[in-house]
Design a protein around this ligand. Structure first.
Ligand SMILES: [Mg+2]
Length: 377
């Protein structure tokens, strides 16, 4: 089998009302999805998504004419492109989708199939008052979720802690609660100062009292030493690594004992191929792997396949904060939106590849640009 052409297409959906993500000072009025299609001489096409494919143009000849099954070779080339130009990991996702379709197997089976299911945690995205957050948390319990994540970013961190207190009061022990401080990295226009170790310790000690499951990104993503110190000073699990996308970062973090929960996202930070290796490394070092999944439904699915295949963590992130962040806003290119069942869990299907179908009408409606590389049909 040979790769004959690659297409990269952009789709945009307007968001009205806008989504005010806690980690982004600018409200989001649009949601863009970039899809990469890998076509072959056997008529099978793999599809990936979850990032912008920045830096791909000019490198297409490194893939066209190649055997799609040579995934380790392609992953190395993508890593080289990542170093020099930009993140093109959705191509790795498309290749796994293609390999699954070519072999008639779902990707999670090709990766190990340790399980075929995993709990979703409802990962919220906006800053709301304690009352509103507590009401929404009660709804999560009714919807079958066993865990949720709360974002920090009030001006005064004590207001963030009040939100967790109110949620704990409302749901008791019915939900595990994660907290994301979002101090690991910033949007290009964000120049606010980030937390230092002392502030992270103060917050962690408050959250200990509320039996929080993990505290995510309390410090900048490369502050490996202080994360390790924080980890020793608190009983809460420390999570992070969603945007650390080079292998030596994870080697350093496991060497220094920086984190309890490692969260590289296959769509943003290494593709399925590299993140599987990172997951093996962190789990064999005694830590958890539970990927960040905040891109779109295809990116979520790619992380999901890898997680059920190998992860020891009971939870995977499901970005969900109705009414502002919902599957119809995120998965508008898909025929069926990606969501957990009434018990708050994902159970894998036996459909080949990643197992999604595109909504052709939506693709026509939302397409705003495309680039075609390779032999014309
Ligand atoms: Mg996060």
């Amino acid at each position: 089998m040979k790769i004959t052409s690659i297409e990269v297409k952009q789709y945009v959906k307007e968001l009205d009302p806008p989504f005010k993500a806690a980690w982004d000072p600018k409200p989001r009025k649009k949601f863009a999805s970039t899809l990469v299609y890998v076509h072959t001489d056997e008529g099978i096409t793999g599809v990936g998504s979850g990032d912008l494919m920045t830096g791909f143009e000019g490198h297409e000849h490194l893939f066209i004419g190649q055997d799609p099954f040579a995934i380790e070779r392609h992953s190395q080339v993508l890593d080289n492109i990542d170093f020099h130009y930009g993140r093109c990991w959705p191509l790795d996702i498309a290749l796994w989708d293609l390999i699954g379709k070519a072999t008639g197997q779902p990707v999670y089976k090709l990766l190990g199939a340790k399980s075929n299911k995993i709990n979703a945690y409802a990962s919220t995205g906006e800053i709301v008052t304690p009352d509103v957050r507590a009401e929404r948390a009660k709804q999560f319990v009714e919807d079958g979720y066993k865990a949720m994540k709360i974002r920090f970013h009030h001006e005064d961190v004590r207001d963030d802690i009040s939100v967790v207190e109110e949620v704990r009061k409302a749901v008791g022990d019915q939900l595990d609660i994660m907290v994301d401080a979002n101090q690991g990295w910033k949007m290009p226009w964000d120049t606010e100062r980030t937390w230092d170790l002392k502030q992270a310790v103060q917050v962690a000690r408050e959250l200990e009292k509320l039996n929080v499951y993990w505290l995510e990104e309390p410090l900048p993503a490369h502050d490996f030493k202080n994360m390790a110190k924080l980890r020793e000073m608190t009983n809460i699990r420390i999570a992070g690594g969603e945007m650390n996308r080079r292998w030596p970062d994870f080697r350093e973090m496991t060497n220094q004992g920086s984190l309890d929960v490692y969260q590289p996202d296959v769509a943003l930070a290494g593709g399925i191929t590299k993140v599987k290796k990172i997951a093996d490394l962190v789990q064999s070092s005694g830590h958890m792997f539970s990927p960040h999944t905040w891109s779109n439904g295809i990116g979520l699915l790619a992380n999901l396949h890898l997680s059920v295949a190998i992860s020891d963590c009971p939870y995977i992130e499901f970005p969900y904060d109705p009414p502002v962040w919902t599957p119809d806003r995120r998965d508008y290119v898909l025929k069926e939106f990606i969501q957990p069942n009434e018990n708050g869990e994902f159970i894998m299907s036996d459909k080949p590849g990643l197992g999604f179908e595109l909504d052709e009408e939506a693709l026509r409606q939302y397409e705003v640009g495309s680039a075609y590389f390779g032999e014309k049909e």
